[in-house]
Design a protein around this ligand. Structure first.
Ligand SMILES: Cc1ncc(COP(=O)(O)O)c(C=O)c1O
Length: 298
């Protein structure tokens, strides 16, 4: 289908052809920012990452992002070999090298590094981690509300590959996204192991019913920083908010639905499985939360 949109669509920006990339302590032109085919991230998806956004000179919620990064690295037993301050300084150095002041997006990626042989065992990564920061000029440009489709791929139990891990390997989410696209939608709405509505392949998911905001319990989905900010904003502004189990029946009948993520903040959902949600466009509660979030990052 030609009119697909994605939740991470940004305005074309020619400056991104000549950005500088942070790669293992050096800032190099994009064309020279290359990692080995022996890198465990390339070979096995063995790494963790964070996406951060720059608004008016500030990396929004960078403490929370660094907390989550270091927690994920500890969980997969990956030694970043840098302190939190050094990682944040690398982000600032990349920003400064690229003369970026606002509307930039950083993807901070850390893998277990180069392996001595092309096999899985983590002990084969002996040269320390590969640390990279891709920072692009990025103004989200999502031309219409997102269309979602439910897919057979579910959010798994934490003992398989904990869905809270921002791991390099995103194959489950990618397969979900492909299935949604093949059915004519933009992205995938994923259920949990019990069949409750959980999240999408790349963002957290919310519905609004009778002016109350509902999202999943938080089990099985990414512990999204934007998700938590939206919940906190609801609580601080007397908007009823519930982290609860709910089904597709509740979802199709919702007045509004929206997604949250660092890139797009709050993105309206217009259609799910061919059902128009509410008026099919951004609703008043989503709009209000967008304004509150804008004020918060400012
Ligand atoms: C699967 C998934 N859900 C949700 C999110 C949104 O999280 P955040 O709000 O922290 O960007 C992400 C972003 O990394 C993600 O990969």
């Amino acid at each position: 289908m030609s009119d697909h949109v994605t939740t991470h669509q940004a305005a074309e920006d020619a400056r991104n052809e000549s950005i500088l990339i942070w790669l293992n302590g050096k800032i190099v032109p994009k064309a020279q920012a290359l990692v080995s085919v022996y890198d465990s991230g390339f070979m096995l998806g063995d790494g963790v990452w964070e996406g951060l956004r720059l608004y008016d000179g500030n990396w929004a919620f960078h403490d929370e992002h660094l907390d989550r990064l270091f927690e994920a690295a500890k969980a997969i037993d990956l030694d970043i070999e840098m302190t939190r301050d050094q990682v944040f300084q690398a982000l600032l150095d990349t920003q400064s090298a690229n003369s970026m002041t606002t509307d930039a997006h950083a993807r901070l990626m850390i893998t277990r590094g180069i392996k001595t042989r092309p096999f899985q065992h983590p002990s084969l990564s002996q040269q320390g981690p590969t640390v990279t920061i891709i920072m692009e000029h990025s103004a989200p440009k999502i031309p219409r509300p997102i269309r979602l489709a439910t897919v057979p791929h579910i959010r798994g139990l934490p003992m398989t590959q904990d869905p809270k891990l921002n791991s390099h390997s995103k194959l489950n989410c990618i397969l979900a996204c492909i299935a949604a696209q093949k059915s004519g939608a933009d992205e995938a709405l994923m259920l949990d192991v019990h069949g409750f509505v959980n999240t999408t392949n790349a963002c957290n998911f919310f519905i609004v019913r009778k002016s109350a905001v509902w999202t999943s319990t938080g089990d099985y989905c990414m512990n999204g920083i934007t998700r938590q900010k939206v919940i906190d904003l609801c609580r601080a502004n007397d908007i009823p908010v519930f982290e609860r189990n709910f089904s597709l029946v509740d979802t199709y009948g919702a007045d509004e639905a929206f997604l949250t993520g660092t890139f797009g903040a709050q993105t309206p959902v217009g259609e799910i499985d061919g059902r128009i949600i509410g008026q099919g466009k951004i609703g008043p509660v989503t709009n209000r939360l967008r304004q509150l979030y804008k004020a918060l990052v400012a």
